[in-house]
Design a protein around this ligand. Structure first.
Ligand SMILES: [Zn+2]
Ligand SMILES: [Zn+2]
Length: 276
């Protein structure tokens, strides 16, 4: 089975469980490698990991306690607008985009939250043009990869989070698809690992993981590296939908994925990972 993941939160940011509780759950579930990825700090709302050094030190301490049983890692979920401060003490960063900031009015619109915020963004920044909003999201996503070269790209198409009913923009439209594919090509140039993120399903927003199958097909075509992450904010989510995800990737044509083991990415066959 797949017993490794690098995208997990704790009470250092918006997770429900402490580092200790998350690590204990991962160890009981048989994980060999388990990485944390606290959100970078957003000062004016006091959200995220304020003291990255203390956070990393606490994880290193915990890692000592688990030595010989499970490897623990200190990572950050870096946001384009709120860059990581102490990358030098982290094992990796996950590059994500969680909001859109209006260049004209300077307001921030969270796209990883309630739909009202995304609707307000579409109306106030893009004059009601949902596709223009998606295009801007992908521009930032590409910049995030180019500027910061994160080891992992987080939930590449998060802009579809609140669009399960298609009311924000048409995901089938050529404009949407080419914006996503252009950003994907830019990201690929930085050679990151793209995560297949099951967190949106656990929290009831999506019926399928990020990124969408059309993007997973493109990644396969480009021979890009993909991994599976739960984006867990609580112990119950740590390996949620992993086996279904392996089946989905296999159905798309993948025969292997990349797995974080002993501090590096290694390629593993899906057949091997699918065995109980
Ligand atoms: Zn995220
Ligand atoms: Zn996350």
């Amino acid at each position: 089975m797949l017993k490794s993941s690098v995208h997990n939160h704790s009470t250092w940011c918006d997770g429900k469980n402490t580092l200790e509780e998350m690590a204990a759950a991962a160890c009981s579930a048989g994980f060999t490698d388990f990485g944390f990825s606290g959100h970078t700090y957003v000062g004016f709302v006091n959200f995220g990991v304020r003291d990255e050094l203390a956070y990393a030190a606490q994880i290193r301490q915990l890692a000592k306690e688990y030595q010989g049983r499970m490897c623990l890692y200190a990572g950050m979920e870096h946001d384009y607008y709120y860059p990581v401060a102490h990358r030098e003490v982290m094992d990796y960063i996950i590059g994500s985009v969680h909001e859109i900031q209006s260049p004209a009015i300077g307001r921030r619109y969270i796209i990883d939250g309630p739909k009202q915020s995304v609707l307000a963004c579409r109306e106030e920044v893009f004059g009601g043009d949902g596709l223009a909003m998606a295009e801007y999201f992908y521009e930032i996503t590409a910049k995030n990869a180019e500027q910061y070269r994160p080891e992992v790209i987080g939930h590449f198409d998060l802009i579809v989070k609140n669009n399960a009913d298609g009311s924000l923009f048409d995901e089938q439209s050529p404009r949407y698809r080419s914006a996503a594919l252009d950003a994907l090509a830019c990201c690929c140039a930085a050679d990151p690992v793209f995560e297949v993120n099951t967190g949106g399903i656990f929290r009831g927003y999506r019926a399928k993981p990020y990124p969408d199958p059309f993007l997973l097909r493109e990644l396969l075509e480009r021979n890009a590296r993909v991994m599976i992450n739960a984006d867990a904010h609580e112990t119950a989510a740590i390996c949620f939908y992993f086996s279904e995800c392996l089946e989905l990737l296999h159905a798309i044509g993948y025969r292997s994925i990349w797995v974080w083991e002993k501090g590096e990415f290694v390629e593993r066959g899906i057949a091997e990972l699918s065995q109980p």
